[in-house]
Design a binder for this molecule. Structure first.
Ligand code: GLN
Length: 474
């Protein structure tokens, strides 16, 4: 099977469903083509930690098709922080290099039941700490549009898998930007729903008041389909909100009365010209096509997001990581690497009596102010349009010596995480250098329908979900 044919199948559930229903697919050939592409993507971009055997993939594909499960075997990947029974799960950390879990995360179980076929576990920054996958304890992943650059992180391998077209979607996790930022840098769609939408049972915990399970994919309709299959209450995770509505796309006529807020004041410094241009293009598009009204809004505490996050997230991480004490998961290679050690120290310090009030408690107060900024903004506008990242993909090694520079990558994604509101990054176009430019829509709690409808309208007109990097010498 040719790469373009395979991409048509993984890139649209409608195409996949049609091909399965018309019995056009030879599943042996599909499994073989998927494996070849997985290998190619691994060789060139190091997107995976574990790739499943072709025979296992084929067996599950067949079963999912035969039993007519809702996803009909549609092949997907998972960030390697989700516990998968019998399949190695490492969080891209050496410490868990040989960990084969005896149970499965709720999301994985739900996807098995829904008939998705898991192909591989994707590479990320170890424990989810980073914005480039350079902090993976195994190897960095590479940007599919330019292998000398990073794909973003921490879910970098996930974004590569979807961007190259080997994976239909990747189940990922976003604490401060880990879904939206790599989606932006690698040219795909990064969906972080409202905090508490999807069960985190069996997701390796980083910062529990922020960790949000989400999806990296292409067409927003397909992302909603997967979302509806995995969200909702779980008796194993008390933080999931029980009364969630179905996310449904609104008709374009319903979008005409919307007001979108934009934030010129947060974009004054350090934002690439081309990203600012992209903001204007998207504004013009929605104005012209839908008559949407744009209003300037201010989020006065937005600028404190990164500082607040880098007290709270390491504090919670230092507590969550204390379970890797050498007794439970072994300690042959007691391998916490630099970034994890840095966070354990910062977190422990912020929580220590004597410093607690000055750092941890203070950060909690600022978090509340940021949350209130969003609530106030959403009294004035329906959703917000903002950059996902300050720049397009940077070079491997360019920022790895300076943690602060990497932390600043998340300047536009962290505030929505602190407020627990949904945010979706979508591809606007490629830059003059051929690198993806992504922007973000952020909305009120549980208003995923507004965000997805606006993006669906964009994709329908602009076909940006069909943009792929060239990965073979054709
Ligand atoms: N880049 C951020 C960090 O390093 C966010 C990571 C994430 O969302 N998992 O913490």
């Amino acid at each position: 099977m040719k790469l373009t044919e395979l991409r048509q199948l993984t890139g649209s559930f409608d195409n996949w469903q049609k091909a399965i229903n018309n019995k056009e697919l030879d599943l042996v050939e599909v499994a073989e083509s998927l494996e070849n592409l997985l290998q190619l993507v691994q060789d060139k971009y190091q997107a995976f930690i574990t790739i499943r055997e072709r025979s296992e993939i084929l067996k599950e594909l067949r079963e999912n098709v035969e039993k007519r499960r809702p996803l009909l075997g549609w092949p997907f990947t998972m960030k390697d922080i989700f516990i998968t029974k019998g399949i190695r799960t490492t969080a891209s950390a050496k410490l868990l290099e040989d960990y084969i879990p005896p149970y499965s995360s709720t999301v994985y179980k739900r996807l098995q039941k829904a008939g998705g076929t898991l192909m591989a576990k994707t590479n990320c920054d170890a424990w989810g700490f980073g914005a480039s996958t350079e902090n993976s304890d195994f190897y960095p992943s590479r940007n599919p549009y330019d292998p000398t650059r990073v794909p973003g992180g921490s879910s970098g391998g996930a974004a590569v898998a979807v961007a190259t077209g080997v994976s239909s979607f990747d189940i990922s996790e976003d604490t401060g930007g880990s879904i939206r930022q790599p989606a932006a840098l690698s040219g795909v769609t990064g969906f972080k729903p409202t905090y508490g939408s999807i069960s985190r049972y069996g997701a390796i915990a980083f910062s529990s008041s922020l960790d949000t399970v989400g999806i990296i994919g292409r067409r927003i309709e397909d992302i909603i389909r997967v979302f509806s299959l995995i969200k909702g209450p779980d008796k194993l995770d008390a933080t999931v909100y029980p009364q969630q509505k179905l996310t449904q796309l609104m008709l374009p006529s319903k979008l005409r009365n919307l007001t979108i807020g934009y934030l010129p004041e947060i974009m004054k410094e350090g934002v690439d010209k081309e990203i600012l241009q992209a903001i204007n293009e998207v504004k013009d598009f929605y104005k012209q096509e839908l008559g949407v009204i744009f209003k300037e809004v201010k989020l006065p505490h937005f600028k404190y997001g990164v500082a607040t996050y880098y007290v709270l997230a390491p504090s919670e991480a230092s507590s969550n990581l204390s379970r890797y004490d050498g007794n439970r998961y072994g300690c042959d290679r007691t391998a916490f690497t630099d970034e994890a050690i840095r966070r354990i120290i910062i977190g422990t310090f912020s929580l220590a009596s004597g410093y607690y009030d000055a750092y941890y408690l203070q950060a909690l107060k600022v978090r509340r102010l940021i949350y209130e900024d969003f609530l106030r903004a959403f009294n004035l506008v329906d959703v917000l349009l903002l950059p996902t990242t300050p720049t397009s993909a940077f070079k491997i090694g360019e920022k790895s010596g300076d943690p602060l520079q990497l932390y600043l990558q998340d300047i536009f994604t962290i505030p929505a995480s602190l407020a627990g509101v949904p945010g979706i990054s979508f591809l606007v176009r490629l830059s003059s250098r051929g690198l993806p430019l992504g922007l973000q829509l952020v909305g009120p709690h549980f208003k995923e329908d507004l965000l997805t409808s606006l993006i669906a309208f964009w994709q329908e007109k602009k076909k940006t979900h069909l943009v792929y990097p060239q990965i073979e010498d054709e």
